[in-house]
Write a new protein. Structure first.
Length: 337
C-alpha cells in the first residue's frame, strides 16, 4: 500500500488548565465592568490564569503528557511535534523546542511552532496530516497552548474580560483504514485586516523600549465589532465549504466544535448553518477565549462527557488574528486496543 493512502486520526486527547480561576465578579473590581455585561455580551463567567512561571511550554507539556498516558504511549513513541501558540514563552527558540525538552521527547525529531493565532490548532492539524501522509511520521503531537493573560491589557475592559489561559493536545496516528480521522480541510487568511486584532510592539519592527512599554504597545488590541462580523461570516462559510468539499450535509455532522470566542458568535454561526445549539458544545463560560487551546479544550470535554463517539462526524472551525480561519471535518475513530 502506498503511503499516500494512509489516513490520519486522533488517537488520544488531553488538556491542562491552570488552577487559578478569575471570575467576572473579581474582574469587576479591576475594571469598570459587571458580571451581567460580560455574560450577556460574551457568555463568559470565569477564565483560568496561569501562575507566574507557568508558561505555555509547561502547560502544553502537561496536556501532552496526559494525552500520551491516555494513548498508552511514551515520549519515545512521538515522531513529530507541532505547537500552535500566539503567546510563545520567548521570541525564540520555539515553544515546541522548549516543550520537547520538558516532555523528554526524542532528540532527533522535528519540533516547530505554527503561528495562526486562534486558528493555530486547525492550521497545525493540517500541516501534521500532510507531513504524516507522506509516510515519514507515524505519530505526531499537536499542541495548542496559550498564556493570553501575559498579552492582555488588564486596564482595557474591552478585551481583558474575554481571554484566558490553558492548553490542549492530540496524538495523531496514521492508519491504513479508509474514511476515518481527518477527512477534509480548508484554511484561509486575509492579512489586509491584520490591524483588527494585533500586538504592535515587541517584535523586530518595534522592539520593546521604555516608550513602547509606557504606551502599552506590547498588549493585544482589538476592534471587537469588526472582528465579530468577520468571525461569523468566515466561520459559517468555512463550514459550508469544507462540507461541500467532502460531500457531507450538515445534518450528518454529529458535533460542531467551534473556536470558543464568544457565545453570540457561536449562536450566529449555528443559525447561519441552520444547526441547533445542542450540536455546538461549548465551555466558554468556564474558560473564555483561550486562542489555539480552545478547540482541543472543547473537543476533549465533548469526548470526556461521552458526547463524541466512535464513527461520529465532527466539524471543527476556527477564526483568529491575521486574520486567519480554518475548518476540519473528521470522523472520530477509536481503534480496538
Ligand atoms: N464592561 C462594560 N462595558 C463595556 C465593556 C465591559 N467589559 N467593554 C465595552 N463596554 C462598553 C463599551 O465601551 C460601549 O460603551 P458605549 O456604548 O458607551 O461606547 C458598550 O459597552 C458597547 O460596546 P460594544 O463594543 O458595542 O459591545 P459589543 O456588543 O460589540 O461587544 C465584544 C463587545 C468585544 C464583546 C464583541 O464585539 C466581541 O465579542 N467581538 C469579538 C471579539 C472576539 O471574539 N475576538 C477574538 C476573536 S478570535
Amino acid at each position: 500500500m502506498s503511503s499516500a493512502e494512509l489516513s490520519v486520526f486522533i488517537r488520544a486527547i488531553g488538556v491542562h488548565t491552570p488552577e487559578r480561576k478569575l471570575t467576572n465578579a473579581e474582574l469587576s473590581t479591576m475594571v469598570d465592568t459587571s458580571d451581567e455585561w460580560i455574560k450577556t455580551r460574551s457568555g463568559i463567567a470565569e477564565r483560568r490564569i496561569a501562575a507566574p512561571g507557568e508558561n505555555p511550554s509547561d502547560m502544553g507539556a502537561k496536556a501532552a503528557a496526559k494525552t500520551l498516558e491516555r494513548a498508552g504511549l511514551t515520549p519515545a513513541d512521538v515522531d513529530l511535534l507541532i505547537v500552535a501558540t500566539m503567546t510563545s514563552d520567548v521570541p525564540f527558540p520555539s515553544t515546541a523546542c522548549l516543550l520537547q525538552a520538558k516532555l523528554g521527547l526524542r532528540r532527533d525529531i522535528p519540533c516547530f511552532d505554527v503561528s495562526a493565532a486562534c486558528s493555530g490548532f486547525v492550521y497545525a492539524l493540517q500541516v501534521a496530516k500532510d507531513m504524516m501522509r507522506s509516510g515519514a511520521y507515524r505519530r505526531t503531537l499537536v499542541v495548542g497552548t496559550e498564556k493570553l493573560s501575559s498579552v492582555v491589557d488588564w486596564s482595557d475592559r474591552t478585551t481583558c474580560v474575554l481571554f484566558g489561559d490553558g492548553a490542549g493536545a492530540v496524538l495523531l496516528e496514521t492508519t491504513p483504514e479508509k474514511n476515518v480521522g481527518l477527512l477534509g480541510n480548508l484554511l484561509g487568511a486575509d492579512g489586509n485586516n491584520a490591524e483588527l486584532l494585533h500586538c504592535a510592539g515587541g517584535g523586530s519592527a518595534a522592539p520593546a523600549t521604555a516608550d513602547s512599554l509606557r504606551d502599552g504597545k506590547h498588549f493585544l488590541r482589538m476592534n471587537g465589532k469588526e472582528v465579530f462580523r468577520h468571525a461569523v461570516r468566515v466561520m459559517a462559510e468555512s463550514c459550508e465549504r469544507v462540507l461541500a468539499k467532502c460531500d457531507v450535509k450538515s445534518e450528518q455532522v454529529a458535533w460542531f466544535i467551534p473556536h470558543q470566542a464568544n457565545s453570540r458568535i457561536l449562536e450566529a454561526v449555528a443559525s447561519q448553518l441552520n444547526v441547533g445549539m445542542d450540536r455546538f458544545p461549548s465551555n466558554l463560560e468556564r474558560y473564555g477565549n483561550t486562542s489555539a487551546a480552545s478547540i482541543p479544550l472543547a473537543l476533549e470535554e465533548a469526548w470526556k462527557d461521552g458526547k463524541i463517539k466512535h464513527g461520529d462526524l465532527v466539524l471543527i472551525v476556527a477564526f483568529g488574528a491575521g486574520l486567519t480561519w480554518g475548518a476540519t471535518l473528521l470522523r472520530w475513530h477509536e481503534p480496538p486496543h
